[in-house]
Design a protein. Structure first.
Length: 337
């Protein structure tokens, strides 16, 4: 239990009631096994987003199945060894669906599945299997790095919208879209996603950049965990979007302290996702952040999150221009060596 039971920390996200705004974000090291999910729940997670199932995994399994099914088609009918071993070919999807089923059986909190893709295609049909397995909601992580000089921004945005539309056609689950900030007009893109069937937005997904090993002359992955400095970008956009588009907003990236949660809720988030703090400090950090949040609210005479949420969004703050060019000018003028 939190150190302060007088403060109501409850909220809702995608229509799901949450005990607190602390949601565990999608990350393989945190959700590989149901035992890990149970530990996160014990330490105070109000919902868990499972690690992503990737478009490439699903499509490769489909290609493998098609190859095995057609290979040897001209051979003798008794050549049964040509039939594919579906237990092997579909272990990626099947294991993921089994994890959803186990999580629903053993957890009391909402379980949110995650699909990661960047092109419309047959892989979105997996959303139907995810719904049948019992997921409470689905997070669609659209991650892409366009490099084709002939591909226009309009074509890219239409492709993103079409993915959401195709997934919505497959399921009735609450649907959140985890989006990058790199759009010419993010608010216009958000409106298109709402029209395509999204119920919420996760701001933002994180592009992990490669590095160069100058001794081995290799390009290598380089994982840098987020810090509280990474909160500024989602905070700004959540504040700009809150109350303007009918979508639930959840912040992702850099939540490490109770005061981080306070700032994001003030901007207009209904919940916050955590990954890096849990990888650094373990699942028990959830309880620490919950206690810090409760203490801050109590010390500042808040009795519930509802009083806090959106109180510093652009629609409600004293100086709305601070979220746009006025802030930029003040930052430039405020620096002193």
């Amino acid at each position: 239990m939190s150190v302060n039971t007088a403060v109501d920390l409850s909220t809702t996200y995608l229509g799901l009631p949450l005990r607190t705004p602390l949601v565990v974000g999608a990350a393989w090291p945190l959700s590989e096994h149901v035992e890990q999910l149970q530990e996160l729940e014990r330490h105070g997670a109000s919902a868990i987003v499972l690690h992503s199932l990737f478009e490439e995994q699903i499509e490769q399994e489909q290609l493998d199945l098609n190859w095995h099914a057609s290979h040897g088609a001209e051979s003798y009918g008794e050549a049964l060894s040509y039939l594919p071993d579906t237990a092997v070919l579909h272990q990626g999807q099947d294991l993921y669906l089994q994890l959803i089923e186990q999580a629903r059986r053993w957890l009391q909190i909402p379980v949110i599945a995650s699909l990661n893709g960047n092109h419309p295609g047959r892989w979105v049909e997996t959303a139907r299997r995810i719904e049948a397995a019992g997921a409470h909601a689905l997070e669609l992580n659209i991650y892409d790095l366009p490099t084709d000089p002939e591909l226009s921004s309009e074509a890219i945005e239409t492709q993103v919208e079409e993915i959401v539309r195709e997934v919505r056609a497959e399921v009735r689950l609450p649907l959140a879209v985890k989006l990058s900030p790199y759009f010419t007009n993010l608010r216009a893109m958000v409106r298109r996603l709402g029209a395509a069937g999204a119920d919420g937005l996760v701001l933002f997904n994180r592009f992990y950049q490669p590095d160069i090993d100058i001794e081995e002359l290799e390009v290598r992955p380089n994982l840098l965990l987020s810090t509280p400095h990474d909160l500024r970008l989602p905070l700004r956009w959540i504040a700009l979007l809150h109350g303007r588009e009918p979508l639930d907003l959840i912040a992702s990236g850099g939540v490490s302290r109770g005061t981080d949660v306070v700032r994001l809720l003030m901007a207009g988030a209904c919940a916050t996702q955590m990954v890096a703090a849990l990888l650094r400090h373990g699942p028990e950090r959830l309880r620490g952040i919950e206690d810090e949040l409760s203490t801050w609210l109590m010390e500042h005479d808040y009795s519930s999150l509802a009083e806090l949420t959106g109180s510093m969004s652009q629609l409600r703050c004293a100086n709305p221009g601070e979220y746009e060019r006025a802030q930029y000018m003040r930052v430039l003028q405020s620096y002193r060596p």
